[in-house]
Write a protein that binds this ligand. Structure first.
Ligand code: NAP
Length: 217
């Protein structure tokens, strides 16, 4: 059995996952295979600093849906590290925790949406972040790759080469669209795992007046 220090490459899949869907799962599996990651740890955000004032589903529901969605893949894990950490969820704090757990010989790859990565210059300690780990930016169909080429020169020179793009056709699915569909009584079948669909209906998530939704900030 592997010890924490014997991993060479570990993926950290960061997202709000409100809700998790097949686009996220396809992204994680594509990144795992393409970059030779030995496992991918899904990290649902706790209190995202960039979403003050936005409606976000309670972290426990988002965590439970992420566990349900990933439990059939032996290479996937789910971490409560951001949910359990008090205060805003900064990626640098998450990377620091995983770095000290896995040790300096393990390379970390933070996987998330390309639109989120385009905002990375606003993230806490971005210079250090770009030295501590690689980034895998997943693009949706229709994403203009030229946006990245214009953006890359603005990054600190030593971290530029650490951002990698992957195209994920399944990211035509989006959490925003799924929430809209539930609110408007449209089907969500085949957009996410059945277990997650059942959880959404059982807990009454994404009904606008539901008490499981609260305002941040
Ligand atoms: P977001 O702004 O809600 O999403 C931006 C786009 O990326 C959306 O199209 C979203 O699609 C997609 N996306 C999000 N996570 C994805 C994933 N893991 N795989 C593929 N596509 C994904 O992004 P967010 O979820 O709030 O933040 C993404 C990550 O960046 C989180 O881990 C967050 O903590 C981190 N972040 C850190 C800082 C900081 O440290 N200051 C600031 C901002 C973000 P869906 O809506 O369909 O997911």
């Amino acid at each position: 059995m592997k010890t924490s220090t014997s991993y060479q490459r570990v993926g950290i899949m960061g997202g709000t996952f409100d809700p998790i869907h097949f686009g996220h799962l396809v992204t994680a599996e594509a990144a795992r295979c393409e970059f030779g990651l030995e496992k991918v740890i899904f990290v649902p955000t706790g209190y995202p600093p960039h979403k003050k004032g936005c409606l976000i589903t309670d972290a426990e529901y988002r965590y439970q849906m992420t566990v349900l969605a990933t439990n059939s893949n032996p290479f996937f894990e789910v971490s409560r590290v951001e949910i359990d950490r008090p205060g805003y969820s900064y990626t640098i704090d998450t990377i620091d925790e995983f770095s000290s757990f896995y040790g300096s010989k393990t390379e970390l790859f933070f996987i998330t949406g390309a639109d989120a990565i385009l905002e990375i210059l606003t993230w806490k300690d971005v210079d250090r972040l770009l030295c501590e780990c690689h980034f895998i930016a997943a693009t949706r169909p229709g994403f203009q790759l030229s946006r990245f080429e214009e953006f890359r020169p603005k990054l600190p020179a030593e971290g530029r080469h650490r951002i990698h793009l992957i195209e994920v056709p399944a990211l035509a699915i989006s959490s925003t669209d799924i929430r809209w569909r539930v609110r408007n009584n449209k089907p969500i079948k085949y957009l996410l795992p059945e277990s997650v669909e059942e959880h959404i209906y059982a807990k009454g998530l994404y009904r606008i007046h539901s008490s499981d939704v609260y305002e941040k900030g």
